[in-house]
Design a protein around this ligand. Structure first.
Ligand code: ATP
Ligand code: MG
Length: 427
């Protein structure tokens, strides 16, 4: 207790406070929901700040994905203030306040974790589950990057900056707060977040932060595989998948996520493996830019296609028939992959379907094409064939044949076929 307070007072520097006239955030750019939350907190006598990606994106003149609010009100007090709210999270309780389709996340200031034993989750004599509530000048230190740690204060519309985050916004720099090595070890997901933000914002990773990434890349293995999958979705479905992939490779992170793919890329002779993966990711980016649906199942199929093919060929060389070889290779490749990232079964099973469709697409006699085109995965399998053709596999003629075949079918069918999952929007 005493110890914590000493630590806190030691950490308590004065922030830069940038008045309304000194920055470009106007209430007009803040969502209606977030504004309502901020004003209601203020009117009830609580502190209310926007924080995180919302502030960062507004300062950069970009449209925020969502808005996060922090306050000194406890979750129970937030709950009382907003009838349209729900408390979530076991370890860290926070409130989701809903306004129609918009959800504003409201959390209570928290102090960083202290290393002293677990019994010490005490603030002002209170033990609140695993929540250590704090004040704004404690909350700031548990955040990851300086550009994510700026607070917009609804009381006077100023921006509060404890970490020189404004400088990094201006110079385009992703920099961990505090000692980078310690902060990465504390939560290795930050390794991926560094790359994701740098790519999305077109920022550089500061040398001190960036130089730590390759040496700590293997700590990604300590992250729960399900959380890694979530993070992968954010990296590959944000419209910058190709660039993210290249940065992940540059920082030795990609091999931790897709070890078999990395192996194929490293072993490549001629450009095919790289071209194939790059085209798959570029495709994803293009589809998102055109507001077309994308699905993790398709991307998993593409990212694992190189190891898949290699293993399939090996099985065939040992005398197995093509379809058995594909099924067996699929089992092996998927099970190796899911040791790194917990890809949910519905997506790995879609990937397998897509792979198994590839040899079936070569069989064009009699009524077979008519039956195949009714397969719920046909469209994904055909898109995959196009990707292969586009990347230099010798399936051009086959791909064109299927394009023509579909055009020759009556209108009605071609619209009901596309069963891509629409949930995977830009993240
Ligand atoms: P996005 O545009 O992807 O939403 P964001 O910065 O808002 O970016 P979130 O994951 O929504 O990212 O998190 C909100 C804020 O919470 C971050 O800006 C950061 O301050 C803090 N935060 C999130 N994840 C971490 C983490 N792993 N470590 C430290 N702070 C984090
Ligand atoms: Mg956010």
């Amino acid at each position: 207790m005493r110890k914590n307070h000493d630590k806190v007072s030691y950490l308590r520097p004065t922030p830069d406070v940038i008045p309304r006239a000194g920055h470009n955030i106007s209430t007009g750019n803040i969502s209606e929901g977030a504004l309502k939350v901020l004003y209601r907190l203020k009117n009830a006598g609580y502190a209310g700040y926007l924080v995180g990606g919302g502030v960062r994106d507004l300062l950069l003149g970009r449209e925020p994905k969502d808005f996060d609010v922090v306050t000194d009100a406890t979750p129970e007090q937030i709950r009382e203030l907003f009838r349209n709210s729900r408390l979530i999270g076991r370890r860290f309780r926070l409130a989701h306040v809903r306004f129609g389709a918009e959800i504003v996340e409201v959390s209570t200031f928290r102090a960083p974790h202290h290393d002293s034993g677990d019994a010490g989750h005490v603030v002002d004599g209170r033990i609140v589950r695993d929540n250590v509530y704090g004040s704004i000048d404690e909350d700031v230190w548990r955040r990851d990057f300086t550009v994510n740690a700026l607070f917009y204060n609804i009381a006077d519309e100023s921006v509060v900056d404890y970490v020189q985050g404004m400088n990094d916004i201006k110079s385009g720099c992703i920099r961990l707060i505090g000692d980078p090595r310690r902060r990465f070890i504390e939560d290795p997901v930050r390794l991926l977040r560094a790359v994701r933000f740098a790519t999305k914002l077109g920022f550089k990773i500061s040398p001190e932060t960036g130089s730590r990434i390759p040496e700590l890349a293997s700590t990604l293995g300590d992250i729960a595989p399900a959380r890694l999958f979530e993070e992968c979705l954010k990296m590959f479905f944000n419209g910058y998948a190709l660039q993210t992939f290249e940065q992940l490779r540059r920082y030795d992170l990609f091999k931790e996520l897709f070890p078999q793919t990395e192996e194929a890329l490293t072993a490549q002779q001629g450009g095919f493996p790289y071209t194939f993966v790059a085209n798959a990711l570029r495709n994803t980016d293009d589809r998102l830019a055109q507001n077309k649906p994308v699905t993790p199942g398709f991307l998993i199929a593409a990212l694992l296609w190189l190891p898949m093919e290699k293993l399939t060929r090996e099985h065939i060389a040992r005398g197995m028939n093509e379809m058995d070889a594909i099924m067996l290779a699929g089992d092996i490749v998927v099970s190796r992959q899911t040791r790194a990232i917990a890809v949910p079964r519905r997506f790995t099973s879609m990937a397998r379907d897509i792979w198994q469709l590839q040899p079936r697409l070569t069989r064009r006699s009699n009524r077979r094409p008519h039956r195949l085109i009714e397969n719920p995965r046909f469209r994904a399998g055909y898109d995959f064939l196009l990707l292969r053709a586009q990347s230099g596999e010798s399936v051009n003629e086959l791909a064109e044949w299927w394009t023509q075949f579909q055009q020759d079918q009556p209108e009605t069918k071609s619209h009901t076929r596309n069963r891509h999952n629409r949930r995977w929007r830009r993240r």
